[in-house]
Each structure stands twice: as C-alpha cells, then as structure tokens.
Design a protein around this ligand. Structure first.
Ligand code: BEZ
Length: 221
C-alpha cells in the first residue's frame, strides 16, 4: 500500500506536542511546513539532527516554513530531550525553536507510513524512520524523503530542496543537478520556444546535442 503521494492533501491530524495539542492545518496556517520524524528520543543520531535543525531554524523561518518534529515518545520525554539537544548546541538557555509531536501510540507513524520495520526497540516494536515531508501552503504534499533510522539527514540539502520547491512553484522552470539559488535553471519541456521567450526576459540558451533536439534550455530566473 503506498503511503502519502505527492499532491495528496496532508492529513489534518490532531496531536499532542511540546507546545500543546494542535490540529495540523491550523498549526501550518498559510505557511509552508516541514514535518520530520525521528526513531526515538535520547538517541545519538537523532540528537545531532535535531540540534542541526535548531541551529538553522532561522533559515526555515526566512523561507516561511514552519517546522515540526515527531518521535514515538511522550511530551514529557520530548521536553527533557529538547534540553539535551540545546545543550549539545551549547545553547542550554534557549528553548528548542520548534515543537515535537508525541506519537507514543505510533498512531500517526502508522497512518503516515513512517515506521522502519528493520529497527526495533527492546520490546520488538518498530521505530520511526527518518521521514521528511514538505507541505505547501495549499496543504498538499510537495516532497517526501524516507531515510532508514541508521542514516542521519543533511538539513542543508533539505533547505536547498525547499528553495527549489518554492522557485518551481512560482516559475515554469526546473532545477538541474546540484543546483543552488542563483544558478541557472532549466525551462520545463512542456513550454514552446515562443512561450519560453515570452516568459523569460533574461533569455533562454539552448545546449546543442547530437540528437538535434532542443531540450536542454537554460535561463536565469
Ligand atoms: C540514533 O538516533 O542514533 C538511532 C536511532 C535508532 C536506530 C539507530 C540509530
């Protein structure tokens, strides 16, 4: 059974979190959102990830993206673990800048297809994988990445992906391999030459290839 697919409306679930009970769509408001799950509180890789996410939380704010984490422990555990995370960043006096969802009954993790069958706790219960869901202001799923529990994420790559998602939501372009903001982008294949010329006043350059097909079209957005 596939879980959530790109373009699906993200479920408007109710959940207990470190900032109280939330209804997910109300929490997001009209912002973009990122929900990232963790296998367990008080675990080493998860702690490094949450600490990194906290350190670069202003970058998410700048992009209008509301952050929320999830793990299968209680609100009380999350609050205590958050203190460890901020101490790991040598910022013990500052609160974790985003909430954590308490999914101790694993209901949400099952609903959103987030469990990792290969990683189990001491009672043999599956842990949450490292899922990343990016949700657009229309509440639809724009990106989903699933890492196993044993592989920590790269949050700078996640910011780069959000830059691409936000740019390509506005303009009829696609971002090529290893693209970074400021680099040239590619004109999407469905645009005719005339449409591309009208839409991109900075001009369109086309790379010649042996097939003679003019599909490698670049522009500066
Ligand atoms: C960790 O966060 O370190 C971790 C959690 C579950 C399985 C493996 C690693």
């Amino acid at each position: 059974m596939p879980g959530l697919l790109l373009g699906d409306e993200f479920p408007n679930f109710d959940a207990d979190t470190t900032i109280g009970r939330i209804k997910f769509h109300d929490f997001l408001g009209s912002s973009w959102g990122i929900l990232f799950s963790h296998p367990r509180d008080f675990t080493p890789v998860c702690t490094t990830e949450l600490a990194c996410a906290a350190k670069i939380s202003d970058e998410f704010k700048k992009r209008g993206v509301k952050m929320i984490a999830l793990s299968i422990d209680s609100v009380e555990d999350h609050r205590n673990w958050s203190k460890d995370v901020m101490a790991f960043n040598s910022e013990a006096e500052i609160a974790l800048p985003f909430p954590i969802i308490a999914d101790d009954k694993r209901e949400l993790s099952v609903k959103l297809g987030m469990l990792d069958p290969d990683e189990r706790d001491k009672d043999g219960m599956p842990l949450t994988a490292r899922c990343v869901f990016v949700i657009g202001p229309d509440k639809k799923l724009k990106l989903s990445i699933l890492y196993p529990a044993t592989t920590g994420r790269n949050f700078n790559e996640i910011l780069r992906v959000i830059d691409s998602l936000q740019l390509t939501a506005q303009k009829k372009v696609a971002t090529p391999v290893d693209w970074k903001p400021g680099d040239k982008v590619m004109v999407i294949p469905s645009l005719s030459e005339a449409e591309a010329a009208a839409l991109f006043p900075n001009g369109v350059t086309t790379k010649e290839v042996p097939s003679g097909k003019k599909y490698l079209r670049y522009t500066q957005p």
